[in-house]
Ligand binder design. Structure first.
Ligand SMILES: [Ca+2]
Length: 247
């Protein structure tokens, strides 16, 4: 077993042991992932804004954080080029829940609200949507079977987390995850589109549907402002670029 793999496994073990206090690290400006905590040390790979790593120690050494990168193993990254925050825990952002106790979860309520025709339900208690007609704004494709749709958090939960939402209470996280007061917050889209989007900001991912991109960046910007979430520098640049093409 090579030293590098051994080092990776030891670090991974250490990471699992300290998982209760685990932190993530996100790169905010182009940076080098180095073999050691000095500017002279070898560069393992180049990091770009949005890259996420596991933080191995919360203390800096010589201005560098020690972190684990899924392709680069263990290395060091300059502290000013990253933000650290507690690890994202999906179960903290509880969804889909039935906020108003009418048996329809937020997912079904969004499907009902966005369907272009009256929906049908699986059973006569009207809890679970069986069919309707939805136009996915990301691709422009039309769907009638909700199984092919995901309800997308326009600003994904993981993105909200690393943009400042990690500080929120459990109630506020769940409130964000099931928020319906503004229609752009949750949207029914083709399931594969949300998978390719992941937690990416508009600087890394924009919908295929060119006609929708203006609306997309405006909505993204509005949601981040409404919830007081941080925008990265490259997100701001992309939003301005796309907005400059809007009618
Ligand atoms: Ca409900």
């Amino acid at each position: 077993m090579s030293n590098k793999i051994m080092q990776f496994l030891i670090a991974l073990l250490g990471f699992c042991v300290v998982e209760a206090n685990a932190h993530d690290l996100v790169v905010t400006s182009t940076s080098n992932f180095r073999e050691d905590a000095t500017i002279e040390s070898e560069i393992i790979l180049k990091l770009t804004p949005g890259d996420e790593l596991f933080l191995l120690e919360t203390n800096k050494h010589n201005g560098y954080y020690r972190a684990l990168h899924k392709d680069g193993g263990v290395g060091w990254v300059w502290g000013s080029n990253v933000v650290i925050y507690p690890e994202y825990v999906k179960s903290d952002w509880r969804h889909w829940i039935d906020v108003d106790g009418d048996c329809q979860t937020t997912r079904d309520e969004v499907l009902i609200e966005e369907s272009e025709i009256p929906v049908t339900f699986k059973t006569n208690n009207n809890c679970i949507v069986e069919s309707g007609r939805w136009t996915d704004p990301y691709t422009g494709e039309i769907f009638t079977d909700p199984k092919e749709l995901d309800i997308d958090h326009m600003v994904p939960l993981r993105n909200a987390h690393r943009s400042g939402g990690w500080e929120w209470t459990y109630q506020m996280k769940s409130g964000y995850a099931n928020y319906m007061a503004h229609p752009e917050h949750l949207i029914a889209v083709k399931a594969s589109a949300t998978r390719s989007k992941g937690a990416k900001g508009p600087d890394e991912w924009l919908p295929d549907n060119q006609q929708y991109r203006c609306q997309y960046v405006k909505d993204w910007d509005a949601i981040k402002n409404r919830w007081n979430l941080n925008l990265t520098e490259s997100e701001i640049i992309t939003i301005q670029e796309v907005k400059s093409t809007c009618p």
